[in-house]
Write a protein that binds this ligand. Sequence first.
Ligand SMILES: C[S@@+](CC[C@H](N)C(=O)[O-])C[C@H]1O[C@@H](n2cnc3c(N)ncnc32)[C@H](O)[C@@H]1O
Length: 281
Amino acid sequence: MTSSTDLATGTGRLPGQAGTLLAELGERAELHDLYDEYGSPVYHDITASDTHEVRELVRLVRSSSGPVLELASGAGRLTMPLLALGRAVTALELAPGMLGALDERLASAPARLRARCTVVRADMSRFALGQRFGAIVLGTTSVSLLDAPGRAGLFAAVREHLAPGGRFLISTVDDALTDSGADPGSDEQVYALSGVSGRAYRMHEYWPRGALARTVSIFPADLDRVPDGPVRIFTSSVAVVLADLLIDEMAAAGLSLVARHPLPTGGARHRDVLLEMEAAV
Ligand SMILES: C[S@@+](CC[C@H](N)C(=O)[O-])C[C@H]1O[C@@H](n2cnc3c(N)ncnc32)[C@H](O)[C@@H]1O
């Protein structure tokens, strides 16, 4: 799906109804990656008040000890509640736009929280921080942004950075609950979203049955009322990386399963699970 989308020039196609909407906008459409400098503020606007996974992650991190490493921290949706636990948190993120949004969020946070946070620009598939952590967190099913070699690099680096007795907490799509049930739904779901800014968006999730990737696209909610000029559309192609595959890959990297914690929501077609892992002995 990414191959039909030329983000570098801001042109290209999207699958399904999102593609039709994009085509109707013609030359006014500017297609961006969801995590680039224009996409990061929109991602932050939409997700800033989203509490998905927070309670489960905080509970598990609380029962570990020592510093916390959060991978793919984005603009800090999970970082802030982790800092609120009173622990030192290293937030690792690759996209400059996301790091800028995280810096802004930290700047307006209480000084005692800010003082405990270290922000690092790095690739989660190959990092070397010279430190070990009591808990390493990769939430929001962000592992789906890596291909198989990237995941192998991630798991090797995680193994290197886990303190004795430490936990790696990683969320992903749960095999058991995915794409099953009486209502198969259509290939494309459309959601109405509103940001903390009050702006309204329309999100298309295109996921043909059985496909191992889905495309998320975000448009302004009311295309008839956007002012003249360019219209920015944001997209991300997300692999569907099922829990059983990850557990096998992590076992090969020396990480073993402690527990599977079901997460209350995912999307219309899937449920997520939080995997609690430890270094194999
Ligand atoms: C789905 S967002 C999750 C952000 C944040 N954890 C949250 O819950 O809002 C995924 C994040 O992963 C970041 N990312 C993508 N590839 C990465 C990589 N190789 N290394 C580090 N971060 C990466 C993106 O820039 C984005 O901020």
